[in-house]
Design a protein around this ligand. Structure first.
Ligand SMILES: [Fe+2]
Ligand SMILES: [Fe+2]
Length: 265
């Protein structure tokens, strides 16, 4: 059976959540997707995730929310991730921290899908080895399902590509998040793993990575800290649609997805 899974990049603030409400269900129907993974690390005011913003993303049609380096920015996140295991934090964070880094979920048709969230180490705060963590978790989850999805949340392109090749043939897809800029390198690797370096941003593109251009320019030209408010214009939902043969767990296709708002509110 052919399985289609939609993956979406970092949801930034209110505009990102709004386009999910407006467009996600329709997009899942149009693409024939029965499972959806959304990176929500910037859902609350551009940084972190709260109970309400997490619920909004799940209610909009996401099955699983992955996160990244900003996961703990909102103080209720620790309790939220402890209670709701549909919201993941990177698996290679300190094992004593709250929440879980992977899980096995079900599509609308009852197909089991494993999802793993990982964090890179280049130009990011210290984390445990993501490659070692990936191998361990993939081995564990492979006992439960052959459909495995990896969100590798990284700054460095090389680290993401290395993860793609390390896991080629072992998982269905490796997709990157964090940079907020969609890359044009989507491909199915020789072993049958769909790969893209970054899914891009679900949020306002008339911005600098989702933040108001004037505020960021002010900061970079003066060297003084400014509050980086979430921008408003040109809201897009960015990600990729991945086609998987559910008998083998191998991907057969990956295509970039960009959906724009009908009009700004
Ligand atoms: Fe991030
Ligand atoms: Fe982000």
């Amino acid at each position: 059976m052919e399985l289609k899974i939609l993956t979406l990049g970092d949801v930034v603030g209110k505009p990102g959540r709004r386009i999910l409400r407006q467009k996600l269900r329709d997009t899942l129907d149009r693409l024939g997707a029965t499972f959806c993974v959304v990176n929500g690390e910037n859902a609350a005011g551009g940084s972190g995730i709260t109970r309400d913003t997490g619920k909004e993303i799940l209610d909009a049609g996401a099955d699983v929310i992955t996160t990244g380096d900003h996961v703990w920015k909102q103080k209720e996140a620790a309790n939220l991730l402890t209670e709701d295991h549909r919201i993941l934090r990177p698996a290679n964070m300190n094992p004593r921290c709250a929440g879980v880094g992977h899980g096995v979920f079900e599509t609308q048709n009852g197909v089991r899908v494993g999802v793993v969230n990982l964090l890179g180490r280049v130009f990011m705060n210290p984390a445990e080895d993501p490659f070692r963590a990936a191998e361990q978790v993939v081995e564990e989850l492979s006992k439960e399902t052959n459909i495995l999805l990896i969100d590798i949340h990284c700054e460095a392109t090389s680290e993401k590509i290395a993860m793609g090749w390390l896991l080629d043939g072992k998982v269905s897809a490796v997709f990157g998040t964090h940079t907020h800029v969609q890359t044009a390198d989507e491909r199915v690797l020789p072993g049958g793993t769909a790969y893209i370096t970054d899914l891009g941003m679900t949020g306002p593109h008339d911005s600098i990575l989702g933040r108001r251009t004037d505020r960021v320019l002010d900061a970079v030209t003066t060297g003084m800290p400014k509050s980086f408010d979430v921008a408003k214009g040109d809201v897009r939902m960015c990600g990729a649609i991945i086609t998987i043969d559910s008998a083998t767990g191998c991907a057969t296709a990956i295509e970039r997805v960009v959906v724009r708002e009908d009009k700004e509110e």
